[in-house]
Design a protein around this ligand. Structure first.
Ligand code: NAD
Ligand code: UGA
Length: 437
């Protein structure tokens, strides 16, 4: 059991704090956002994440999980410090590291005993070295520390599960003592199998970017295959299933859709590209994945415009799904944003519905109508577009929908609605790369 301070209680910091307390450690989650900490202390969880609230309650009751805005005293009390602040995209594409280095300054002011300083934020390769150099100013005063890169691979929507049962835990460090301590904090994980892989700091940093970029590349690839399927009368669904049966390819991340979004893939690909350019290394695949994703997002609006007789102008369109993927209320870089902009620019009108992300989208668009259920949103619309693969959209009452819509156009960008049913009800429909029935 270790005393751990998490700096930055966002998606990653909160889930990490909760997960490590569940593993038996004593964790203080800190943040500069006082109201976030106040809310957590009064039982309000700032993000939607299945299973998180229950686990927070459980570990607060077991006195292993605490929330504090007193970062200085939390740092002093803890042997392990985990940096989990944001690393957003800066104007030129590179990762903006100002929050990470702000935290390093705070750590410097409060180094009172040996610490393991861990970066969990996604940071460009070489950042660890810069952090170590900055920290060594204090090291000269004989206060000892070790540095660890421990990137996080959780997905939004399944973050708790991903943290508690990870495929791998990367520990990038030179320090033997730090490696031991890190293994201790993750101890419950290797009762059955050992997911821990020890690497250098730089390799660990690279593993994170290489993994995210590869997944994004896979999505862009299947999206382009789907687009070609549409013109050569092949069915991408069957293609992906068959490809996935080859263990070298795997069936994961082969779902075509409206383009990848979220707070990570888009910015991480840009950051890696920017780093490669800084080092004069050409990465054509990365550039292609980014470009293909931009094209895919634009393609959705164009597809809709082609589908509706007479185009989007003057038409009322229901968008079902605003979150960038299912099981989250996060709309950052969601393809729905691009589609809404496109429809409004074309002179169309938008009715929007998402089971939990309406509120977040309303911060971006206040000139569209939001509804609390599908059937109100589709009333009297010309077209409906499924943008997020929420389970409730897999079993829509198409009969009821047909009667309520004023026209009959359906664009299913997640390929989740049964095409036979759409045909039987005489909807005019389109999707991504499927052979129409
Ligand atoms: P987030 O924006 O949800 O949270 C960051 C938090 O850090 C905020 O609450 C902010 O108030 C706080 N903060 C900023 N500066 C601070 C400071 N000086 N001291 C204390 N707190 C401070 O970000 P996130 O989504 O949790 O991402 C964090 C990092 O983890 C990023 O590098 C991201 O790329 C990476 N990551 C994210 C995910 C994900 O699914 N969201 C998954 C893996 C890795
Ligand atoms: C992604 C990675 O999957 C995590 O491993 C990583 O930790 C995280 O980024 C991060 O670094 O932040 P996340 O962005 O939460 O996680 O969500 P994903 O499930 O990866 O989906 C990303 C986007 O790709 C979504 O828009 C999703 O709809 C899209 N996607 C995903 C597809 O279009 N097709 C697929 O087959 C899979």
């Amino acid at each position: 059991m270790k005393n751990i301070a998490i700096i930055g209680t966002g998606y990653v910091g909160l889930v990490t704090g909760v997960g490590l307390s569940e593993f038996g450690n004593k964790v203080i989650c800190t943040d500069i956002n006082q109201s976030k900490i106040n809310n957590l202390n009064s039982g309000k969880v700032p993000i939607y994440e299945p299973g998180l609230e229950e686990l927070i309650k459980k570990n607060i009751n077991s006195e292993r999980l605490f929330f504090s805005s007193d970062i200085a005293s939390s740092l002093k009390k803890s042997e392990v410090i985990i940096i989990a602040v944001g690393t957003p995209q800066s104007k030129g594409g590179a990762a903006d590291l100002r929050y990470v280095f702000d935290v390093v300054d705070r750590i410097l002011e409060n180094l009172n005993s040996y610490k393991v300083i861990v970066t969990k934020s996604t940071v460009p390769i070489g950042t660890g070295n810069k952090v170590i150099t900055q920290l060594q100013r204090k090291y000269e005063e004989n206060i000892d520390f070790d540095y660890v890169s421990n990137p996080e691979f959780l997905r939004e929507g399944s973050a708790v599960k991903d943290f508690l049962w990870p495929d791998r835990v990367i520990i990038g460090t030179k320090g033997e003592k730090a490696l031991q301590i890190m293994c201790d904090i993750y101890r419950p994980l290797y009762i059955n199998k050992n997911p821990i892989q020890h690497t250098s700091v730089e390799t660990s940093e690279m593993i994170k970017y290489a993994s995210n970029s590869f997944l994004a590349l896979k999505i862009s690839y299947i999206n382009e295959i789907a687009n070609l399927c549409e013109t050569v009368e092949a069915d991408v669904h069957d293609v992906a299933i068959a490809m996935g049966k080859d263990g070298r390819i795997s069936d994961k991340f082969l779902h075509p859709g409206p383009g990848f979004g979220g707070s990570c893939f888009p910015k991480d690909l840009e950051a890696l590209l920017s780093l490669s350019q800084e080092h004069n290394v050409t990465m054509e695949t990365l550039q292609a994945a980014i470009k293909a994703n931009k094209n895919q997002k634009e393609r959705i609006g164009e597809k809709l415009d082609r589908l509706i007789s007479g185009g989007i102008r003057g038409k009322k369109i229901a968008i079902l799904g605003l979150a960038f993927k299912a099981n989250t209320d996060d709309v950052r870089e969601s393809s729905s944003i691009d589609l809404i902009k496109f429809i409004l620019n074309q002179g169309g009108f938008v009715n929007a519905y998402d089971p939990i992300a309406n509120k977040n989208m309303a911060k971006i668009f206040n000139n569209i109508h939001y509804y609390d259920n599908v059937y109100d949103a589709i009333n009297e619309v010309d077209a409906l577009v499924i943008m997020t693969e929420w389970n409730e959209f897999r079993s829509l009452d198409l009969n009821r929908i047909k009667k309520s819509m004023r026209n009959n156009y359906v664009l299913d960008t997640r390929n989740i609605v049964n095409m036979k049913d759409l045909s039987a009800l005489e909807f005019v429909y389109d999707n991504i790369g499927r052979l129409k029935i």
